[in-house]
Design a protein around this ligand. Structure first.
Ligand code: FAD
Length: 472
């Protein structure tokens, strides 16, 4: 079947208004989040339900036309980019946005792939429940994208990453079969747990159309503190002390360099420095409790004073109001914005065992200073999960293009240290088309071969998001 005939068949199935082929109509879908790659889909398809997705997959598979699933398109590793020579269709799941069922007694919600993450959080809250996946992109990213990239975010320390929140999945396989695995069981030992194949698969094995997710009791009290610390080593020691001191109620524990406060002032025009004097590093700590009352605050206060007394913390401020809490989070959330304002930075998304973070950072910072004087490392991130965005800004005097010519060498220095420390080159963003070669270089060969065999088994026609995650 020619691509034109195929599109005509699909238009009959899902309605011509939902098959976009005009460049202007496709433009909003054919962008790459960091604007570093061009995307050339042959068409954008917008099915309304699982049956339509299944029919499209069956037709595309028979015709050998690649499909690239797309959610909110906020991924940062080129996972939804269409190569110019592949004639791929972007399969946008945004119209599959129904919440099929929310069961407060079971603490579960079954939602379709195109649900926006913030809408899901609100639906849970309306039922006096809590869905704890939380990312800077939550107003735009969609459930299917979150699950396919196994998103992390700021609450992973307490609730795990996206994978840990899933009880069941509905998946359209590349040949159009629908696997209905929407079970809401907490316990089910009836063989291989297939859902984990599709979680984090970045659309290379099938299309997630719906999921049954875990809900939690809603936090009744949240306490947020900003703490000045001397070093990442002090931050890691403080993490253990704060876990113990708060009865393991920590929900977030983020590390930031002083660069966050200076950059917010110099580059974003936000002059907000909540502590009296400057500190080399900061921890943003949050405690969430299902029980409200003075005890929780007292517990956090005594954790902070213990930290200052033991010398792990240099100073600390505990938010007095919702507004102050929001302003503390703004410092952390401003870091990606600062990265954009620098206009010339290398971004990474690494993880190492938590205890190795200090040594990792010490060694990387030294190696980078050796490589190029004037580089400005600003590592930050979810230190409670061992996940650091070890980002490096260009030297002030160097222009963007000359600096970016060194990006592969800078990344190689960071990844070499990650490997030495037993870490991962992608903690939460995934592989996309950006890190395919690097993952192949560093993965255990047996593991890589198994991944390739699974791909060949589930997607023999090779139509699912080719060139992403694996070079197939
Ligand atoms: P998309 O970008 O549309 O797709 C991502 C991948 O999933 C692609 O490979 C795509 O093909 C595949 N896919 C999408 N939908 C489906 C489906 N239904 N079935 C099968 N495959 C599918 N990420 C984090 O992990 N933690 C963070 O803290 C974080 N913060 C961010 C902050 C900002 C400001 C931005 C812009 C991004 C951030 N991200 C973060 C990255 C991104 O938001 C996440 O990866 C998110 O989960 C992607 O969801 P999406 O719907 O936008 O997916």
């Amino acid at each position: 079947m020619s691509p034109a005939d195929l599109l005509a068949r699909i238009a009959d199935l899902i309605g011509p208004a939902h098959v976009l082929t005009d460049a202007a109509d496709m433009a909003p879908f054919a962008v790459e989040q960091r604007r570093r790659q061009a995307s050339h889909p042959a068409a954008v398809l917008r099915p309304a339900d699982t049956a339509q997705v299944a029919a499209i997959a069956a037709l595309a598979s028979a015709a050998g036309v690649p499909l690239i699933p797309q959610g909110g398109n906020t991924g940062v590793v080129g996972g939804t980019v269409a190569a110019a020579d592949k004639g791929a269709f972007l399969l946008n799941l945004g119209r599959l946005n129904r919440i099929r069922d929310l069961d407060a007694a079971d603490y579960t919600v079954t939602a379709e792939a195109g649900c926006i993450l913030a809408d899901l959080q609100q639906a849970a809250q309306a039922a006096d429940r809590y869905f704890p996946l939380s990312l800077g992109s939550e107003g735009t990213c969609q459930l299917g994208g979150n699950l396919s990239s196994n998103a992390g975010g700021i609450l992973t320390l307490r609730y795990g990453n996206a994978r840990d929140l899933v009880l069941g999945l509905e998946v359209v396989l590349p040949d159009g079969q629908v696997w209905n695995g929407l079970r809401r069981l907490r316990k089910d030992n009836t063989g291989y747990d297939l859902k984990h194949l599709f979680l984090g698969a970045e659309g290379t094995l099938g299309i997630i159309t719906a999921a049954t997710l875990k809900l939690f009791p809603r936090p009744r009290q949240v306490e947020t503190a900003l703490i000045g610390v001397a070093s990442p080593a002090a931050a890691v020691a403080l993490l253990a002390q704060a876990r113990a001191g708060t009865g393991d109620l920590l929900s977030a524990f983020e590390l930031m360099p002083r660069f966050a406060i200076d950059g917010a002032r110099d580059l974003l025009g936000r002059d907000h420095d909540p502590l009296a004097s400057p500190h080399p590093w900061y921890v943003l700590l949050e405690v969430a409790s299902g029980i409200a009352g003075p005890l929780v605050r007292q517990m956090v206060e005594s954790t902070l004073s213990d930290a200052v007394e033991s010398g792990l913390a240099q100073d600390a401020v505990l938010a007095e109001s919702g507004e102050q809490r929001r302003r503390l989070w703004q410092i952390r959330e401003g870091l990606p914005e600062i990265g954009r304002a620098i206009d010339g930075a290398v971004h990474t998304d690494i993880s190492v065992p938590i205890s190795r973070i200090p040594d990792f950072l010490d060694r990387v910072i030294l190696a980078l200073a050796d490589f190029m004087p004037g580089l400005r490392p600003y590592p930050f991130g979810h230190v409670g999960d061992g996940n650091i965005h070890c980002n490096i800004a260009r030297p002030e005097a160097m222009d963007k293009a000359s600096f970016l010519a060194h990006a592969p060498a800078i990344t190689a220095i960071i990844h070499a240290e990650v490997t030495r420390q037993g870490g991962s080159i992608s903690a939460e963003h995934g592989i996309g088309n950006l890190k395919v070669a690097e993952m192949a270089r560093l993965k255990d060969p047996v593991e890589l071969a198994l991944m390739q065999q699974m791909k060949a088994l589930l997607d023999p026609a090779g139509i699912m998001n080719p060139g992403k995650l694996l070079s197939l």
